[in-house]
Design a protein around this ligand. Structure first.
Ligand code: GTP
Ligand code: MG
Length: 138
């Protein structure tokens, strides 16, 4: 059974959407096996999103991720990585399918409410960035 790293981003925590977003995950059969609310520093956000460091929006992205608390969580289930990305919807809410988290809640391509790992390798690295093995209660 697969695990993926999810982040409920500042635009969503600020608007009290944590519960509604978690309901979408649970309704899709994803189990929340670890979860905590943290306030990232800009430097910590920068390390997390280092893969995007050459992109023009990198600085804006890191500022945004450090602007308010986030909820980091580990979701578990059959095909959790793909299933989570399906529930999230397309990066740009304008392209996101109806009923997805981003279609319902995201404010823009940058402030798009959630993050989800995109492959098993990145999921493993991203989970280890935020959680110790003992914190994963599957
Ligand atoms: P994540 O799950 O957050 O990784 O989203 P994603 O995989 O759907 O998108 P991607 O990895 O390509 O981009 C990472 C994040 O950078 C996005 O979720 C957005 O928050 C942000 N981002 C992507 N494109 C833009 C953009 O054109 N402008 C701004 N401001 N932010 C962007
Ligand atoms: Mg991504």
């Amino acid at each position: 059974v697969e695990r993926t790293l999810s982040i409920i981003k500042p635009d969503a925590t600020k608007r009290n959407l944590t519960g509604k977003i978690n309901a979408k995950f649970e309704d899709a059969g994803l189990r929340i096996i670890a979860q905590k609310r943290i306030h990232l520093s800009k430097a910590q956000a920068g390390v997390f999103y280092a893969v995007h460091s050459e992109r023009p929006f990198y600085d804006e992205l890191c500022e945004f991720m450090a602007s308010e608390p986030v909820v980091v969580q580990v979701l578990e289930g059959e095909g959790a990585i793909a299933k989570n990305r399906e529930v999230m919807g397309a990066t740009n809410p304008a392209d996101a399918a109806p009923g997805t988290i981003r279609a319902e809640f995201a404010e823009s391509v940058g402030e798009n409410s959630v993050h989800g790992s995109d492959a098993p390798e990145t999921a493993a690295v991203e989970i280890a960035y935020f959680f110790s093995g003992l914190e994963l209660v599957g």
